[in-house]
Design a protein around this ligand. Structure first.
Ligand code: RP5
Length: 162
């Protein structure tokens, strides 16, 4: 069953957003992926967001860059959790994306991540954390991920040069 929808504004966002799908796969979480541009495909955006809950989606991850209205407009059209990923842009390094996504008006939240790949990875982990509230198998895999990460950090000291 599909649980997470990973939506991006353009195929140009995919190198960043595939960091999220890779981590979802690693955690055994099923997902679907879509390109829906807020500005070029506004009707598709509305229809997708309005039907998402009924389609069995639990969480939406949305990545967009520049005038990044996709996450906010998805959130405006659904009460599902929407996690926003600001894509790093060439002109303003993604600060434009970040401010576009994070500054939502009270009443329509978007859980906004960091700019770029760290944000995409943390979006997957945040989606997993939401799903883990009701899914013990996801909770276990999330705990194992954290333990492996801690171990890798502890062992990293041994690889320092002289
Ligand atoms: C946004 O415009 C997309 O999310 C993308 O980050 C940015 C540029 O899109 P392209 O012109 O590369 O398609 O809607």
């Amino acid at each position: 069953m599909l649980t997470v929808a990973v939506v991006m504004g353009s195929t140009s966002d995919w190198p960043t957003m595939k960091q999220a799908t890779a981590l979802l796969s690693q955690l055994g979480i099923s997902f679907e992926k879509h390109v829906i541009s807020a500005h070029r495909m506004p009707d598709t955006l509305g229809a997708f967001a309005k039907s998402a809950r009924g389609a069995g989606i639990d969480v939406i991850i949305a990545g967009a860059g520049g005038a990044a209205h996709l996450p906010g407009m998805l959130a405006a059209n659904t009460t599902l959790p929407v996690i926003g990923v600001p894509i790093k842009t060439r002109t303003l390094n993604g600060v434009d994306s970040l401010l576009s996504i994070v500054q939502m008006p009270a009443g329509v939240p978007v859980a906004t991540m960091a700019i770029g790949e760290a944000g995409a990875k943390n979006a997957a982990l945040t989606a997993a954390a939401i799903l883990s509230v009701r899914d013990q198998s996801v909770a276990k895999r999330l705990t194992a991920f954290r333990q492996a990460q801690t171990l890798a950090a502890q062992e990293s000291e041994a690889r320092l040069d002289d």
